[in-house]
Design a protein around this ligand. Sequence first.
Ligand code: XIL
Length: 394
Amino acid sequence: MMAGITRREWVKRGAMAGVGMVTAAAMPCLGQAAGTPGSEKTGVGAGSLKEHAEAKRLPVGAAVNMALLRGDETYRRVLAEQYNMVVGENCMKWAALRPTAETFKFDEADELVSFAEQHGMQVRGHNLCWHEQLPAWFAGAVTKENAAKVLTDHIATVAGRYKGRIHSWDVVNEAVWMKDGRPDGMRSSSPWYELLGPAYLEVAFRAARAADPGALLTYNEYGIEYDEPEEQGKRAAVMALLKRLRETKGPGGRPLVDAVGVQSHLKTANIAKLGEGIREFAGKARKMGLQVFVTELDVDDDSLPDEEALQQDRDVATVYGHYLAQMLQERSVTAVLTWGLADGQSWLQGEKSRVKHPQRMQRPLPFLVDENGTYRAKPAYFAMRDAVDGAKRR
Ligand code: XIL
């Protein structure tokens, strides 16, 4: 933090530096009476992100925080104006859906799906099987003997409840972790692996296909975007896993997997190592018959030194533009979602991602809520919209 400036002032100046990048006319104050041009009636501006995306038949979405969806009318309005896809940031995870081993709690997930349907938006389901955000009762109640049944029943109930209403399910999340040291890269420290071995993926994908044959079954992963040794190794392990899942036939004689989610938690550092390798990966996925979704895009700017902090928004937008321009040249990339809507709401505000600059606000997302509660589109928003305009489609 620079001496003599309060955090509030710092954030404000950061905001000014960011918004200064675009002209006032191109800077919609979304969610206010002024709105975007032509938005009086429908609330959808002529220049909305989703209109640009629809012209390319490319869904664009954001991860939704249920407390905000319930409590912030402007949040709801901006989501519906700008996006045509949503994913629950937490509300479809085990910890949210499973208060006890015997019960399910669907109120939040139901609300998300009905919000989406009311506004003609598609829904991604996230997620059915992950080593994190498992409920507290899990460890005591799930054993090697019952794990396959517990997993299958969970998926049958959850994916079954929303059958026909989900664009794609993240069936398995983050199953590869090179540091566990296995040659195939599987995360052997996951409770699911410990209980069922590598076969747990197949159990999950089979159950998901049976429960909702209309949803695109997705394998979702992070840490595969950069062209540096660790991520290149993980990317190769993910590709091998996808190949195995693709070659295995499940219910209806269909391959187990339809799509790969590239989480895309990016950073301002190392932009030169971003783009080529992951685009090639998307090309290989296409040749295997898979779609590719950018599922959790955001940009961590903790690497920026304080002197550059006032340019945070510009540097973040540069990463958005550079990455999406690459990815959207590849026709297999068929959906783009950011992990949240506005900076202050991002999971990156947590201590874990503010290591070098604990006092500085991260600015990872397309919007910023200003002091009046107005959602302002940031340079990242325009970088994303421009990249969508440039997308190469079929
Ligand atoms: C994160 C949420 O954003 C946080 O609110 C929560 O506390 C932890 O999980 N990869 C994923 C997401 O697949 O589910 C994670 O979401 C972010 C990393």
